[in-house]
Design a protein around this ligand. Structure first.
Ligand code: SAM
Ligand code: SF4
Length: 473
């Protein structure tokens, strides 16, 4: 552990990523018995440490990999049930002072069409998203002095203030540059959900290669410490992530697990979510293909993450193509975005095709929310827009889902079904409505008879036949 030079870092900030150690762990020989023992530990819902995670990553033999896949499927079913939470990204502005090699928003890309949504434009984007049926957004920003904490907080307040018909955004998450303590307090006061900062790569030399040292993002330690500062400032929902394709994917998985473990030990709460975006083509970007992650390894990384951090949500984005998204869902994904457009202003201005000069990278899945909802329903998932815990002040929401016996049955499933009913009543196409009703009936059939079931039936009836919305348990 190296102590880090003082800027405005968190108390006792340390660089907890030891590249040599992590690379050394990845060179150890696979041991079948050990792999199986570690799988058992994970199925008992215990988080894995970095060394145990490395053992799973080192398993290459097809039968063993299949056992890992099967364990991830089981853990996902046992821990999360069949809910998938839906959200949409909303890009606010692409001005950027950084020069990340992989991103179309980098300052050295002269072809990027730079734009920041004005308040009225932001309102129109939110109205369009509400009219699709969205209830949860993540606001995304480039890194620029004009996107300071006050600006971000103002955007959050504006989003919460927009109400189109029965529409309402109930949770606003943020993906933006790291802030200092004061900045995090400012955005927290605006009522944000999760604050995400991706380390991009945990490998120091690669980090230095893709983030020029004369840029703000060039400071590895300041970024690694970003979410510790957020937690010290009172934000207890934070999201970590790595951009897969910059360095060895197995190393990045270890980096993510090391980060999750560090946050848990240091602050008593692990990350709320982990994101694992894969590098996508981007305008003005020449990608080095050495470390690209193929689909099979992508599945492995999701399955191993699921097993390593059973209590952390896994976010799969629309960077991936529809068929792959469908296929990897079962390995432990808990949240996806849908109906996404990432051109600035894209929810009102974009046509069917993507416009590369206007977006950060190319999206793999630009199907409508309705189409994605239908596919989930047909596959037996409950698409959920639930935000109940967060709004009832049940913070550390994610932890409670697992810590309190019966929590999912009592709260999560009924809330998922009531938010699904809102979607079906207000926004769904006839086909999606029919698929949704079938799923709701099937879920009700699975529930024990009693007051809980009656209360849920009552809530569903009210949503369908009155203007009452936002009814939760
Ligand atoms: N500018 C802030 C930052 O860098 O932290 C906010 C996030 S940036 C707008 C969102 C994320 O997109 C980045 O953290 C990175 O992981 C991802 N990203 C950038 N370029 C990408 C590409 N070519 N393909 C896929 N994801 C990319
Ligand atoms: Fe700017 Fe973020 Fe893109 Fe880097 S990844 S160039 S910081 S928007």
């Amino acid at each position: 552990m190296r102590a880090m030079a003082q800027m405005t870092l968190s108390e006792h900030a340390t660089d907890f990523i030891d590249d040599d150690r992590l690379n050394g762990l990845l060179r150890s020989r696979p041991d079948e018995a050990r792999v199986r023992a570690i799988i058992e530990k994970s199925l008992a819902k215990q988080a894995l440490n970095v060394e145990e995670t490395a053992v799973l990553l080192n398993a290459e033999e097809p039968d063993l990999v299949e056992e890992i896949f099967e364990a991830a499927r089981r853990l996902k079913r046992n821990v999360y049930g069949n809910r998938i939470v839906l959200f949409a990204p909303l890009y606010i502005g692409n001005e950027c002072v950084n020069d990340c090699l992989y991103c179309a928003f980098k300052r050295s890309n002269p072809d990027a069409v730079r734009r920041t949504l004005a308040e009225q434009e932001l309102r129109r984007q939110v109205e369009a998203l509400e009219n699709q049926g969205h209830k949860r957004l993540i606001l995304v920003f480039g890194e620029h002095p004009r996107y300071d904490a006050t600006f971000i907080a103002d955007c959050v307040r504006t989003v919460y203030d927009v109400h189109a018909g029965h529409g309402q955004i109930r949770r606003v998450n943020i993906n933006a540059a790291p802030l200092d303590h004061v900045g995090y307090k400012t955005v927290k006061e605006a009522g944000i959900g999760t604050y995400q900062v991706f380390q991009e790569t945990y490998h120091h030399a690669t980090y230095a290669r893709v983030h020029p040292s004369n840029t703000r993002k060039g400071n590895y330690g300041y970024r690694l410490d970003a979410l510790s500062r957020a937690m010290e400032a009172g934000i207890d929902d934070v999201g970590i992530g790595a951009l897969f394709g910059l360095y060895d994917w197995r190393f990045e998985v270890l980096g993510l697990v090391a980060h999750a473990t560090y946050l848990q030990k240091r602050h008593g709460v692990g990350p709320h979510t982990i994101s694992f975006p894969r590098l996508q083509p981007a305008a003005g970007v020449q990608l080095d293909q050495r470390f690209f992650v193929n689909d099979h390894d992508f599945k492995r990384l999701i399955a191993v993450l699921r097993l390593a951090v059973p209590y952390t949500g896994l976010i799969l984005t629309a960077r991936e193509k529809p068929a792959l998204r469908r296929a990897v869902m079962e390995f432990g994904v808990s949240q996806i975005d849908a109906g996404s457009r990432i051109e600035i202003g894209g929810y009102t201005e974009a046509g069917d095709a993507q416009c590369m000069e206007r977006e950060q990278f190319q999206l793999g899945d630009i199907r409508s929310l309705d189409e994605v909802m239908r596919e989930l329903l047909v596959d037996g998932y409950i698409p959920s827009f639930c935000t109940a815990c967060y709004r009832l002040g049940r913070t550390g929401e994610h932890f409670m889902e697992f810590a309190i016996p019966g929590f999912i049955k009592r709260y999560c499933t009924p809330n998922a079904l009531s938010t699904l009913m809102e979607y079906l009543t207000d926004y769904a196409s006839p086909q999606t409505k029919a698929a949704g009703r079938r799923l709701i009936e099937a879920e009700l059939d699975k529930m024990d008879n009693g007051t809980q079931k009656e209360r849920l039936r009552d809530v569903l009836r009210k949503i369908e036949s009155t203007d009452q919305r936002d009814l939760y348990f």
